[in-house]
Unconditional design. Structure first.
Length: 530
């Protein structure tokens, strides 16, 4: 027997309920509560119930997670082949399964059944590996060249840099000053590394970049979205500084009060008020920042009008506050226009880079990890063709298990939804064909936000699938014995790894996060320890 083999811990309470292959289950499991044990147990119990190994699909987020899950299951099944009857009975008892002689005999055959399954074992894959296999099986349907190859991390970084260099060389040769200026503005604001990371982020969202429309219209669209007038911003501000809009009479009154105050600050402020009032609208727009210093501090907040800080006239505070609001609005408009200009530069450059990077990948027959998910999602959602592909997949997949669900992004959830939709509709939800969906994750361990994941999506997926299960289990048109399976929403909070003080700290930290916290929309159950 392998030195790594350890007897199974007995499943109890929600562990036992979550591992049951009789129902759908959505499990929230904190670190150290036996999440992987439950996931492994559910696969073992599916196999013990007579499920074809080829009909089980286990999806996880990392290669390491997939490898660990496969190693645990295969090691356990291999050990059962030669385990002594008493020890094997205990294993099955720990799983909550029958442990009579026929059950023992069936358990000893499972390892061979798994090895004989198509592909040489259980399908335990990352979501990206699954998408790659799907696209490789249907390349023409997905619009990809047969024999495409996924990019690895370092190769992807090299191709991105090569694409950017070629894009800049081409811009220089064509005297594309706009493109060069956009990249320079981006680099100036974010630095070389930050600019490169931003452009690669744009390349990961080609559909979003294309949706921006013509590059020359991006800034105008942003201005409309933020309520900033089109054209030269100084001209727009100058139009707001004319006598008909700006209360120049009030400004002159403020100047006189400051001059009458007689202090050095008062005389300087009076001079600014008079200079601004005498200037033309264009000059007033240029002097707006200096004028604002009459009633605003360096940080932009309003000055104090208390004794010793401003003239002590009953009208002064009201007049200065009104002038402050007017100037602040125009200064905010200028700053917002400048920020929009930076955004527009970055988005224009990102749009061009996304197009060039996509072309470079196509020319080399390459796809990156984001492409795998995007193209798989499109393939499954394609009217007509997607229906046929889902039908082909549906013939061989009856049980889907999703690990690390907190790190599954919206597009990946849509793939899971497309694969499992028949489990919850009409005849596909009927008990005549046993089919289940199981998801497990931990909101507190969501660490891949930079890849578009959000624990809120885990919560939304739980609600979505629970709603489908509820609707399918309540189909009045079907006999009771043919209605769909319920969805059990469970949580594991008893830790077998941490001490009580550590768990208490975690509970307090979670309670201190404002709603909706890390995506946990329901009340948070406190951790327990032995």
């Amino acid at each position: 027997m392998s030195a790594r083999f350890k007897p199974l811990n007995r499943l109890e309470d929600e562990q036992l309920a979550a591992s049951s292959p009789a129902v759908h289950a959505a499990l929230s499991a904190s670190a150290g509560t036996g999440k992987t044990h439950v996931l492994t147990a559910r696969v073992l119990r599916l196999l013990l119930s007579g499920v074809d190994p080829a009909s089980i699909l286990c999806l996880t987020f990392t290669k390491a997670g997939a490898a660990e899950m496969a190693e645990r299951i295969h090691t356990r099944l291999a050990s059962w082949v030669r385990l002594k009857p008493a020890a094997l009975r205990k294993e099955l008892f720990s799983l909550g399964e029958a442990n009579d002689d026929p059950s023992l005999a069936r358990a000893r055959t499972l390892f061979a059944r798994v090895l004989d399954a198509p592909g040489g074992g259980l399908r335990i894959q990352t979501i990206h590996a699954f998408a790659q296999g799907l696209l490789a099986a249907f390349p023409a349907e997905a619009g990809l060249a047969p024999g495409f190859r996924p990019l690895e991390g370092r190769e992807e970084q090299g191709l991105a840099r090569e694409t950017l260099a070629e894009l800049l060389v081409e811009a220089e040769e064509r005297r594309d000053e706009r493109m060069i200026a956009d990249v320079q503005a981006l680099s100036h604001r974010l630095g070389e590394g930050g600019a490169e990371a931003f452009l690669r982020g744009c390349a990961r969202a080609p559909d979003g970049m294309a949706a921006l429309g013509a590059p020359e219209l991006i800034e105008d669209r942003l201005r409309r979205a933020f309520g900033v007038p089109p054209g030269e911003i100084d001209e727009a501000i100058a139009g707001q500084c004319c006598d008909g809009i700006f209360d120049v009479a009030a400004l002159r009154r403020l100047g006189l009060l400051n001059r009458g105050w007689g202090t050095k600050s008062g005389l300087e402020r009076a001079s600014l008020c008079e200079q601004w009032a005498e200037a033309d609208p264009a000059g007033r727009a240029r002097l707006l920042g200096a004028l604002h210093a009459v009633w605003a501090k360096a940080d932009g907040e309003m000055r104090s009008f208390a004794k010793g800080h401003a003239p002590q006239d009953e009208d002064y505070a009201g007049l200065a506050a009104a002038a402050f609001e007017c100037c602040a609005r125009l200064i905010r408009m200028r700053k917002l226009a400048q920020l929009i200009g930076c955004y527009a530069s970055g988005l224009r450059a990102g749009q061009r880079f996304a197009e060039a990077y996509a072309a470079a990948k196509r020319a080399a027959g390459l796809v990156d990890f984001d492409d795998l998910i995007r193209w798989a999602e499109k393939l499954l959602a394609e009217p007509g063709m997607g229906d046929w592909v889902r039908y082909k997949l549906d013939q061989r997949t009856d049980h889907i298990l999703v690990d690390e669900a907190q790190d599954t992004n919206a597009a990946q959830w849509r793939i899971v939804g497309a694969l499992s939709e028949e489990y919850f509709s009409g005849a596909g939800a009927a008990a005549g064909r046993h089919r289940t969906l199981f998801t497990v994750g931990d909101y507190k361990q969501a660490i891949f936000g930079f890849q578009g994941t959000d624990p809120m999506q885990f919560a939304a997926a739980e609600r979505y699938f629970a709603g489908l299960a509820e609707a399918a289990s309540g189909l009045d048109d079907w006999p009771i014995h043919e209605r769909g399976l319920p969805m059990h929403r469970l949580s594991l909070v008893q830790s077998f790894r941490s001490t009580a003080p550590v768990l208490a700290f975690v509970d307090k930290a979670m309670a201190a996060i404002p709603a909706p916290g890390l995506g946990m929309l329901d009340s948070v159950e406190a951790h327990r320890t032995e």
